[in-house]
Design a protein around this ligand. Structure first.
Ligand SMILES: Nc1ncnc2c1ncn2[C@@H]1O[C@H](COP(=O)(O)OP(=O)(O)OP(=O)(O)O)[C@@H](O)[C@H]1O
Ligand SMILES: C[C@H](N)[C@H](N)CCCCCC(=O)O
Ligand SMILES: [Mg+2]
Length: 211
């Protein structure tokens, strides 16, 4: 059973938090967003607490809470905060933990370190969230290549959006990666609709079966 999973994506705003909420709920685990940038709207941790169906206490506190909804490196600079990579060691828990980055793999935490550098240190298995919409083939294959270049284990792709069969097939074939499933746009998006969509859209054994 995989105990710790990193959820990353090809871009910001593609559904990582919604997917993470569904996944943490299905795994009956914990959720951790180490770096939150943007505090005016509902934070990612608050969204997960609302949508995951998990009991109180399963959403771990962020290490950095940055005011502006910008790349963390810039948001930190504006707040006068120095993000230290050494502060981002993941918690060790006896239950599954879903860890969400911010934006995509190359997003900087400071002027020296990007999320992918932290993921390379962690060596935890990664799920890559990818849109099904036009443009995703390029973004997704580049992200896969970046993970491979650093030997970061990739569990597979979680597609976000309506089915686009040839696009999904093309990514899976060129990327040489499993398709874990697909989360469609949900209207309404609630804890219940998310849980149902995760159960019908994903093979949990593929996600949590390895180590
Ligand atoms: N399956 C879905 N159905 C309906 N709305 C969705 C779905 N997935 C995401 N959304 C909406 O799209 C927006 C962006 O999603 P989300 O916050 O999950 O993106 P993200 O990849 O986590 O972004 P960030 O890089 O800021 O962490 C949110 O308003 C969210 O409610
Ligand atoms: C503010 C936003 N919602 C995310 N938390 C951070 C996204 C950073 C993206 C940086 C970039 O790739 O240009
Ligand atoms: Mg998010």
């Amino acid at each position: 059973m995989t105990k710790r999973i990193v959820v990353t994506g090809t871009d910001t705003g593609i559904g990582k938090t919604v997917f993470s909420a569904g996944l943490a709920g299905l795994l009956d685990g914990f959720y951790w967003k180490p770096v939150q940038s943007g505090l005016d709207e509902e934070t990612d941790s608050e969204v997960v607490a609302r949508l995951s169906g998990l009991p109180d206490g399963r959403v771990l506190p962020e290490v950095y809470r940055l005011t502006m909804p910008l790349s963390p490196h810039r948001s930190a600079e504006i707040d006068g905060v120095a993000i230290e990579a050494d502060d981002l060691s993941f918690p060790v828990l006896p239950t599954p933990l879903v860890i969400e980055g911010a934006g995509g793999l190359m997003v900087p935490l400071n002027r020296q370190t990007r999320f992918i550098d932290i993921f390379e240190q962690w060596r935890l298995p990664v799920i890559l969230c990818a849109r099904t919409a036009l443009g995703t083939i390029n973004h997704t294959l580049l992200s896969i290549e970046a993970l491979r270049a650093r030997s970061i284990p990739l569990i597979g792709i979680a597609f976000m959006g309506e089915e686009v069969a040839d696009t999904q097939r093309t990514i899976v074939e060129f990327g040489g990666v499993p398709q874990l499933g697909r989360l469609p746009h949900l209207g309404p998006l609630t804890g219940e609709t998310l849980r149902d969509a995760m159960i019908s859209g994903f093979d949990l054994a593929m996600i949590a079966g390895g180590d």
